[in-house]
Design a protein. Structure first.
Length: 212
C-alpha cells in the first residue's frame, strides 16, 4: 500500500494544510485525474517467502520474480505498449548506491514511461502535479506505478536504502534523465507516519540496525 502526500510550493515544503491519501481507490483516482500517473497493486504475498525483503539477488532469483508476476507484466506491456521487463535491485551493500541514487533524486523527465512494481524495500516517487505541486508517492511491496514520459519527477530511497523492483519498458536508453525543474530530496512525511504505513525498517537508518 502506498502513502501519497501532496505538497504545495515549488520545493514542496510540507505545510500541514495539504492532503495525504492512504486509500488505494483515492490514490488511483487522484493520480489518474490530476496527473495521468497510473497506480495499482500486485499481490506481494505471491512472492516466495525466501525472496521477501531480499535485495541481493542471483539472476535465477530475478527470473523467479519475473515468472511469479508474468501475468501482471504481460498486462502492463499490453496496456502501455512495452516490450521487455527486468528486475532491478538496490541495497546498502552496493558500492555505487549513492552514485546511482544521485542520478535520479533531482527533478527530471524520461523519453519513455517509467514503470515500476516494488517487490521489496521502499522508495518515494515525487511527481510534479498540474499546479506545480509535489506529489509524493511512497511505495512498498505490492505497489505498481507508471509515470508517463515527459512527466517531471524524482525518486528517493527511504532509510532502509533498499528497493527491488520489476521494470517494464521499451528501451533502457529511455531512462536517461533529462534534468528539468528544481525539485529534489526526500519526502517530508514524518517518521511516525512512515512507520505506521510500512513498518520500522523505513525509519531506522540501515547503519543503526542491530546485526548490520
Ligand atoms: Fe526517473
Amino acid at each position: 500500500m502506498a502513502l501519497v502526500r501532496i505538497r504545495g510550493g515549488n520545493q514542496g515544503t510540507w505545510t500541514g494544510r495539504d492532503i495525504a491519501l492512504w486509500d488505494t481507490h483515492d490514490i488511483i483516482d487522484l493520480l489518474q485525474e490530476q496527473n495521468g500517473v497510473r497506480y495499482g497493486t500486485w499481490d506481494s504475498k505471491r512472492l516466495p517467502q525466501e525472496l521477501r525483503g531480499k535485495a541481493t539477488l542471483t539472476d535465477e532469483q530475478k527470473s523467479v520474480i519475473l515468472d511469479v508476476y508474468s501475468r501482471e507484466i504481460d498486462e502492463a506491456k499490453k496496456e502501455g505498449g512495452y516490450v521487455a521487463a527486468d528486475v532491478v535491485a538496490l541495497a546498502p551493500d552496493n558500492p555505487k548506491l549513492d552514485e546511482i541514487c544521485a542520478k535520479f533524486d533531482k527533478e527530471h523527465t524520461h523519453d519513455e514511461d517509467e514503470v515500476r512494481f516494488v517487490v521489496s524495500g521502499h522508495g518515494t516517487f515525487t511527481v510534479r502535479g498540474l499546479k506545480d505541486e509535489a506529489i509524493d508517492i511512497t511505495m512498498g511491496p505490492g505497489d505498481y506505478i507508471s509515470v508517463p514520459r515527459d512527466r517531471r519527477h524524482w525518486f528517493t530511497l527511504l532509510a532502509d536504502k533498499t528497493i527491488v523492483a520489476v521494470r517494464v519498458f521499451q528501451d533502457t536508453k529511455g531512462w536517461t534523465p533529462h534534468y528539468a525543474g528544481t525539485g529534489t530530496g526526500p519526502t517530508e512525511i514524518s517518521p511516525a507516519e512512515l512507520e505506521s504505513a510500512f513498518g520500522k525498517e523505513v525509519v531506522q537508518p540501515v547503519s543503526q540496525k542491530k546485526g548490520g
